[in-house]
Design a protein around this ligand. Structure first.
Ligand code: COA
Length: 219
């Protein structure tokens, strides 16, 4: 999904024969969408359907989001793709306004996010959800959550439902072979290895260090 939007017509959004009402456009989010995203996502965070996102967090990560809007430009829904790295991405905060449900916007948002993962070269896409049936439509399968340590360390560790989680982990594509977060890191062949020894701070390279008056003279 690029920056140009694509129009959902009455018939193309899913394989369903169910009639679709009207159309919608899915496009990448702009900062001006942050308030709508904030209000819609957090309207479903109270019961744990979606993770709560602060307004600041949404602004900071607004480039992760796609939004769906009506042909008249009315905001209908949103979804985000979080990139952990080339090994894994996650679909987050996918939601459609109650009055726009069942018209293809959610499916179109999800397909846009999956296209973006593909453009970024990420084959493994994960998510945690209470409605796996929706995601089965799009090639996701249920996975053991311990195969997704990055997700656990990013969100679950701090979640009040850590030991009472009612969501299922799902993955589309291969399981990730590496992780980049948390104390336990699996094999990291794709990570850049830091050089052993002194790594110069940029300031050290740009400015000559003042002589230390107390330092012993060079022989
Ligand atoms: C899940 C959600 C985004 C789907 O959006 P939507 O616009 O209603 O979905 P679509 O109309 O594009 O539906 C696409 C397909 O998924 C199916 N589907 C939609 N919601 C579903 C659900 N809750 N369970 C199972 N299948 C579902 C539709 O029947 C349709 O299949 P079909 O084409 O064979 O009929 C929307 O219901 C929503 O906002 N839910 C609340 C937030 C939420 O739970 N988000 C997921 C958090 S992980």
């Amino acid at each position: 999904m690029g920056t140009t939007g694509s129009v959902i017509t009455a018939s193309e959004s899913t394989a369903s024969t169910r009639p679709r009402v009207g159309g919608a456009v899915v496009r990448q989010a702009r900062l001006q969408d942050a308030v709508n995203i904030f209000e819609l996502v957090n309207s479903l965070s109270g019961d744990g359907t979606l993770l709560r996102r602060s307004y600041a967090e949404i602004c900071e990560n607004v480039r992760d989001f796609h939004v769906a809007e009506s042909e008249a430009g009315v905001f209908l829904g949103c979804g985000a793709l979080h990139l952990y790295g080339p090994h894994l991405a996650e679909v987050r905060s996918i939601v459609v306004k109650p009055e726009a449900k069942g018209q293809g916007a959610g499916g179109r948002l999800l397909r846009g996010l999956l296209e973006e993962a593909e453009e970024q070269g990420v084959l493994s896409v994960c998510l945690f959800t209470r409605i796996p049936d929706f995601f089965f439509h799009f090639g996701f399968r249920i996975a053991d959550r311990t195969t997704l340590p990055d997700k656990i360390y990013k969100d679950c560790q701090a979640c009040p439902r850590l030991y009472a989680c009612d969501e299922v982990a799902m993955v589309r594509g291969p399981l990730p072979k590496i992780a980049v977060l948390g104390p336990t890191k699996i094999a990291q062949p794709e990570l850049v290895k830091l050089q052993v020894g002194h790594i110069a701070h940029p300031a050290e390279e740009q400015f000559e260090q003042p002589a230390d008056k107390n330092a012993p003279n060079d022989p």
